[in-house]
Design a protein around this ligand. Structure first.
Ligand code: SF4
Length: 338
């Protein structure tokens, strides 16, 4: 059985010059804790393996094609060229991890149909954007910042567009369907964290955050402001404080919900009659010198499904098109994107 391959965020070291950090957190792992503290524990502390899925793998492949598409001359970035990149990209992925092929055939869907679904996702991308008119400043951009609490925030941005006058657009691709309005704030949390990191490291509040849903062909856009980013920072700090409390107490409670349907750890989850493994023994460290990859803050490698949120659709709504968002989950944000 194949497991999810390491995230670039985990393969790249996280130098934090001159600052001893208490731990590290990505939006995905913060989201895990918010959804279910026990899931956070299983992924981040126990580091239990998780089998990948064909949906997660589709996300990985489509992201790779969309990344590589911008290596082509602008005029060559056509739907046909993108479709033609699917098979070679799959060949490269399966050569790197031959076990991925076990997901298909007797145990799963036919590979030809699955490759067709990848091409369909890419075809839908071209109904939303014309990549011939775009020159991304960065792709798969690693970003990080250390908050005043010495928490390292980090992650990878699918695409960063910079206008000639320095305006930033943060773009994230999802091969799932867009959420209903009720779940928009949750979906945008990841990009708001990236916006916070960019603001702290580059001194610029991104103008637009954009979630590009290839499952149903919809873009959700949001314009953050400073108040927004400060609220995001407070939220991240609060999540981190709660993680520390759980770590100290050993109380990692299961929180059941729609994500349980996709959880790889139900067999060891008390909410489903299972017994969690004993917590790994942690060396006592000076809190000021804990490495970001240590048990407190280390994040289990994730690519595809759980890191990108692919194949995990809590709310499979959405009718397609372009939706601008005004968030009111934490504070009123009047006047956005009129
Ligand atoms: S099955 Fe549900 S409650 Fe249990 S760990 Fe997974 S997400 Fe949490």
């Amino acid at each position: 059985m194949s497991t999810i391959s390491p995230s670039p965020a985990e393969r790249i070291s996280t130098p934090v010059d001159g600052v001893d950090v208490l731990g590290a957190l990505s939006p995905s792992r913060a989201g895990d804790f918010l959804s279910c503290p026990l899931l956070y524990r299983f992924r981040t502390i126990d580091r239990l393996p998780e089998p990948t899925s064909v949906d997660a793998l589709r996300g990985t492949l489509v992201h790779k094609v969309l990344e590589d598409l911008f290596d082509l001359p602008a005029g060559d970035r056509t739907p046909d060229r993108a479709a033609a990149m699917v098979e070679p990209t799959w060949a490269a992925l399966s050569a790197a991890d031959p076990a991925l092929e076990e997901l298909f055939g007797a145990e799963g869907p036919e590979i030809a149909g699955w490759l067709g679904s990848c091409r369909s996702s890419l075809a839908r991308y071209f109904t939303l954007e014309d990549p011939r008119r775009l020159e991304p400043a960065e792709r798969e951009a690693y970003v990080e910042t250390v908050l005043d609490s010495r928490l390292l925030l980090r992650g990878f941005i699918d695409r960063l567009d910079v206008s000639p006058d320095g305006l930033l657009r943060v773009v994230d691709y999802k091969t799932s369907r867009s959420p209903s309005e009720r779940f928009e704030a949750k979906a945008l949390f990841q990009l708001r964290v990236y916006a916070l990191i960019l603001w702290r490291t580059r001194g610029v509040v991104p103008t637009v955050l954009q979630l590009v849903y290839l499952g149903n062909g919809e873009i959700i856009s949001y314009r953050p402001d400073v108040e927004d980013l400060l609220a995001t920072q407070r939220k991240v700090e609060a999540i981190w404080a709660a993680i520390r409390v759980a770590e100290e107490s050993g109380d990692w409670r299961p929180s059941t919900g729609p994500l349980c349907r996709f959880c790889a750890h139900r067999a060891v989850c008390p909410a489903y009659g299972g017994t969690p493994p004993p917590l790994p023994v942690r060396e006592v460290e000076d809190p000021g010198t804990i490495d970001p990859g240590s048990v407190l803050g280390g994040e289990r490698p994730q690519v595809g499904g759980t890191e990108r949120g692919e194949g995990v659709t809590e709310d499979p709504a959405g009718a397609g098109g372009h939706r601008d968002v005004v968030l009111d989950d934490e504070h009123p944000a009047p006047g956005r994107l009129g």
